[in-house]
Ligand binder design. Structure first.
Ligand code: CUA
Length: 158
């Protein structure tokens, strides 16, 4: 091989190393340095024993710090438990949900919370409620004849 061949090869080989390396670095920086990650997935759980498995054995809202709450929601055909969540205005609420049967959805109107609730998987999303009012949440994945009945609300008290 003469010199120009070597340069030609290098011109292909170096970017093919540098580009994936750069993407990996960007991924690591955003995932670990900036806390950006795919919404939702926060662990696994056996859907057959979901109702007996903490925290889903005690669904509901608990205060975890001043102004911060955790809402554990048990999802099944065709209900959310609980379907009414009350928090004071200004609260930051982390929703933790899982399904014990089929795929459902969980979307809270007026917030950025929008996740799939997949059996076997724990979904998690956080929202801050800065204005008082009622925020409807619905199942937005078709899950059978009672799909349209799956709803609830977050009541933010001023
Ligand atoms: Cu649950 Cu649609």
């Amino acid at each position: 091989m003469n010199r120009s061949h070597v340069l030609f090869e290098l011109a292909w080989i170096l970017p093919s190393i540098a580009i994936p390396t750069g993407m990996l670095v960007a991924l690591l920086v955003t995932a670990f340095g900036m806390g950006i990650h795919v919404p939702g997935h926060a662990g696994r759980v056996d859907p057959r024993t979901l109702e007996q498995t903490p925290p889903f054995n005690a669904p509901g809202i608990t205060q975890v710090a001043p102004g911060r709450y955790q809402a554990v929601i048990l999802v099944k055909t065709w209900s959310f438990t609980p379907n009414e969540i009350r928090v004071p205005v200004g609260s930051e609420v982390t929703f933790i949900a899982s399904s014990q049967d089929v795929i459902h959805g969980f979307r809270i109107h007026g917030t950025n919370v929008n996740m799939m609730i997949i059996p076997g998987q724990i979904s998690r999303a956080t929202a801050r409620f800065t204005r008082p009012g009622e925020y409807l949440f619905v199942c937005h994945e078709y899950c059978g004849t009672g799909h349209h009945l799956m709803s609830g609300k977050v009541i933010v008290q001023g």
